[in-house]
Structure formats: structure tokens, C-alpha cells
Design a protein around this ligand. Structure first.
Ligand code: MN3
Length: 211
């Protein structure tokens, strides 16, 4: 029985054209993301007691996951989490405003400076992985990268923006031109959603008594 499910995209496959093309979105969501969900469920078949745990609980405490499926949970559970996070943070032509805008100015000196540093991290990431904007344990914004499908929540930070830089995310349209894909990504950042995630992350750190 399947315990984790693939939700439909929250918009049409062509909603991000021309920046991210329809065919890439179809394959990326329906095939790649579906495969992570399927392999996560298959791994959990071996440990039915873990099927009741949320994906977040599993990923936040990977050391508590039995060794025989730990890599599968890290890779496929991480893949499920990362993609489920990614889709709703994409929308065309949304302005960057509100608390997140002010926080980016405080942390990076401005939106352009943030974009430049995030882009360099994404372009410079060797192999497959993700680039993230996270709220760290000191309640500060930080750019980080993770290899493969490692999830930032396994490292105790709260993601507010992520970019999939696996070749499957861009190769059909951009081939080897990862910098063009990263540039295009900034046309489809759903800043209103990112702002909401940032505000929620701040509430979470406050509730945790970190400040
Ligand atoms: Mn992907």
C-alpha cells in the first residue's frame, strides 16, 4: 500500500513557459518525482512502523531510520520532499516584496546581490543537487547547496527557496547551459509564496525559543 502520494502540480504544465518548458515539467513531475515517491514507499514496505511517520520526521532524524533503508529514505524521501517543496514556489512574474525583501537586503545587501550569489552557488555546484535559501539556526538567511537529493531539513535549517539543478530539470530546453536555466528561474520565483515561507520560518524559530 502506498503511504506517500504524488500530488498534482498546482498549475498547468505549460504555466512556466517559456522559462521552463511544458515537456520538462511533464517528465520532471510525472516521471522523476513519481519515481522518488514510488521508491520511498517501496523502502518503507520493509519497516511498516515507519509508514505512520511524516516525511519531515523521517528526514529530520535520518539517524533514527534503520540502516538498511537509510540511504533510500535520504535519496527518495529527500527527492519527494524537495520536489514537493519546489513546485508551489514557482510562478511567473511575481515581485519580491515584504519581509523577505527586507531580509534579503539585510543579509545580502539587496535583491540583485542575493541573486548573484545564489546563481553562482547554483552554477558552481558540481554534479547533481540543489541550491537553497534557508533560515539557519541563528534565524539568519543563508545560501547553501546540497548534493543529490539531500534535503536541507536533514541539516536542521528551514528552506524558503530551492532550485533543482539536476540536469533532468533543464536539459531538454537548456542542454549544458545551466547558467541560462538559473537566469530563467528568477523569472518564475513565486516571491509571495517565498515570503510566506519566510514569515512562517521566523515564527517557528521564535516558538523554538531561539530568540
Ligand atoms: Mn528534479
Amino acid at each position: 500500500m502506498a503511504h506517500h502520494m504524488l500530488e498534482p502540480l498546482p498549475y498547468g504544465y505549460d504555466a512556466l513557459e517559456p522559462y521552463i518548458d511544458e515537456q520538462t515539467m511533464r517528465i520532471h513531475h510525472d516521471k522523476h518525482h513519481q519515481t522518488y515517491v514510488g521508491k520511498l514507499n517501496a523502502a518503507l514496505e520493509k519497516h511498516p512502523d515507519l509508514q505512520k511517520k511524516s516525511l519531515e520526521d523521517l528526514l529530520k532524524n535520518l539517524n533514527g531510520v534503520p540502516a538498511d533503508i537509510r540511504d533510500a529514505v535520504r535519496n527518495h524521501g529527500g527527492g519527494h520532499f524537495n520536489h514537493r517543496f519546489f513546485w508551489p514556489t514557482l510562478k511567473k512574474d511575481v515581485a519580491c516584496e515584504g519581509n523577505i525583501r527586507e531580509a534579503l537586503e539585510r543579509s545580502f545587501g539587496g535583491l540583485d546581490e542575493f541573486r548573484s550569489r545564489f546563481s553562482q552557488a547554483a552554477i558552481g555546484l558540481f554534479g547533481s543537487g540543489w541550491t537553497w535559501l534557508v533560515v539557519n539556526g541563528s534565524d539568519e538567511l543563508e545560501i547553501m547547496t546540497t548534493p543529490n537529493q539531500d534535503s536541507p531539513i536533514s541539516r536542521g535549517v528551514v528552506p524558503v527557496l530551492g532550485l533543482d539543478v539536476w540536469e533532468h530539470a533543464y536539459y531538454l530546453k537548456y542542454q549544458n547551459r545551466r547558467p541560462d536555466y538559473v537566469e530563467a528561474f528568477f523569472h518564475v520565483v513565486h516571491w509571495e509564496k517565498v515570503n510566506g515561507l519566510y514569515v512562517a520560518a521566523q515564527r517557528e524559530t521564535m516558538a523554538a525559543g531561539r530568540r
